[in-house]
Structure formats: C-alpha cells, structure tokens
Design a protein around this ligand. Structure first.
Ligand code: ADP
Length: 266
C-alpha cells in the first residue's frame, strides 16, 4: 500500500509554510479566538507573511474578529484563495462558506474532519512564515485530525489560552496532557481575563478567585512555559468586536503591550 494521497497533498501544500502554531483552550469563551486574531495581526505588523486558519467549525468567530464578515471564498486553479485583511495576512474559515451566520452547523465528526483535510490540502496560502490555527475548545475529533494531518510536516507547537479560574485550569491540564500524548510541544499558556483593567486606575481589580495560584502555578507544576496574563480589557473587547488589530494606534493601551510582550517570548 502506497502513501495516503491526501497526506501527500497536505505535505506539498505545507512545504511553503515555515511555522505552524495551534491555538487551543480547554473551554469555550476564554478568549482563544481573540488571541488567535491578535497574534495574527501582531505577526503581520512585524512584516511576517501570516495565514490564519479557523477550524472551529461549529462556532467560527474569526471572520468577525478580523472584520471579514460576509466575504466569500474564491477558487482558482491553484486552489481556494484565503481572504486577505492585508497583503501579508490571509484568513480561511468555515464562516466564509455558510450562507447564513445564524444557521447552526450540525456536522458529525467525519464531515468536520473532511473539511479540515480540505482546508489543509486545497487552500493556496503560498509562502507563509506562520500558519496560526484556531482550534475548537477541548480535545475532540478536530484536534486529533489536525495533528494527524500535519504529522508528516510537523507542528511547531501549541499555545493554550485559559482564564484564571480552577474550572478552566482543570481543562487546561487535559490540553497539556493531550499535547504530550500526541507529541506537540506546548509553547506556553496564556492567562486571559486575568483581572480587570480600568484605565483610570493603576492597579488591576481581581475578578476571579486566584488564591490557588492561577495558570502560572499550574504551568510550573506541569513543566510548561507560562506566557503571562492579559487583563479583561474593554478596549480589547471593542477591537475584537470591530474586527480591528489592538496594536494600531493607542486604542488598547493596556492589553496591546502585554500581548506584544508574550509574542516576543515565543
Ligand atoms: P473563545 O475563542 O475562547 O470562545 P473568544 O475569543 O470568542 O473566546 O472571546 C469571547 C468574548 O470575550 C469575545 O467577545 C471577546 O471579544 C471577549 N474577550 C476575550 N478576551 C478578552 C479580554 N482580555 N478583555 C475583554 N474582552 C475579551
């Protein structure tokens, strides 16, 4: 039996992609897509060629967070063309394929896996420095698929986004364990919504109980890097709602420097 033709096609596509990074979270709503979007904006602002692939098939929020709602995917003889926010930032999401964003996507595992395979095989990214993959929350079929499909070409690692509460951290442990089992390096853990930033106050207000030490302590215990804390920042939320980069201008005075510092650690 020869090599799987799909895996060969994926390896050919990925041959022009230097780094592949997965963005994971144990739970939904912790800020994974916000981080994926802002990481992509940041890398693009540093003049890297960036692709952002949204495989959160049941809840694709990337089109909105990059200001690309209502766009349609085009096909050429080279494959599916990503939608470009800037000449060096291309985006692909199932959100671009849904006729109505309010419609629920009710797909079983094999169909989701089929689409992920197609995204990896058929999207014409061209030369990329970074492919950022926004995965669904948890560890499900989609995660096993993406790791399996990219195995031949390798994944640089995963960044796990969490909030400080115990209920979220318990699930992060599962993500770390998943990464260890499938051989994906954990590049670091981001503690998001860590305190509330109020521009008029210097100190952050604690929102969630962090007496147990939060993500930093968990990282130390599990032997994975801690990237830092992003506060709950109304300006960051506004940037995400408006599909903007938080690094432009002075609009996100608190979270933009924190995020940039994390990205420099990678
Ligand atoms: P997930 O991808 O984990 O489901 P999202 O990135 O969609 O989570 O974030 C959920 C909501 O919280 C979004 O409306 C987003 O704009 C907001 N949000 C995320 N992180 C922050 C933050 N640090 N400060 C303020 N709002 C945030």
């Amino acid at each position: 039996k020869g090599p799987d033709p799909d895996l060969v096609a994926i390896a050919e596509r990925m041959a022009t992609v230097k780094h592949k990074i997965l963005i994971l979270s144990g739970k939904g709503g912790v800020g994974k897509s916000t981080f994926s979007a802002q990481l992509s904006f940041a890398l693009a602002s540093l003049d890297f060629q960036v692709g952002l692939l949204d495989i959160d098939i049941c809840g694709p929020s990337i089109p909105k967070m990059l200001g690309l709602e209502g766009q349609d995917i085009h096909q050429s003889n080279l494959g599916w063309s990503p939608i470009y926010v800037e000449s060096n930032l291309g985006v692909m999401s199932v959100g671009f394929m849904l006729p109505n964003p309010d419609e629920a996507v009710i797909w079983r595992g094999p169909r989701k896996n089929g689409l992920i395979k197609q995204f990896l095989k058929d999207v014409h990214w061209g030369e990329l420095d970074f492919l950022v993959v926004d995965a669904p929350p948890g560890t499900s079929d989609e995660h096993i698929s993406i790791v399996q499909f990219l195995q031949a070409t390798g994944i640089d690692g995963a960044i796990i986004v969490t909030t400080p509460q115990q209920v979220s951290l318990i699930d992060v442990r599962k993500e770390v364990s998943f990464c260890k089992k499938v051989g994906v390096e954990v590049l670091g853990v981001v503690e998001n919504m860590s305190g509330l930033s109020q521009p008029e106050l210097v100190a952050f207000t604690e929102v969630f109980d962090s007496s147990a030490g939060g993500a930093a302590e968990m990282c130390q215990e599990m032997g994975v890097p801690f990237l830092g804390k992003v506060p709950l920042d109304p300006q960051l939320c506004k940037a995400a709602e408006e599909g903007r980069s938080c690094f432009e201008g002075q609009s996100c005075r608190v979270s933009a420097p924190v995020l940039r510092g994390m990205i420099e650690k990678l």
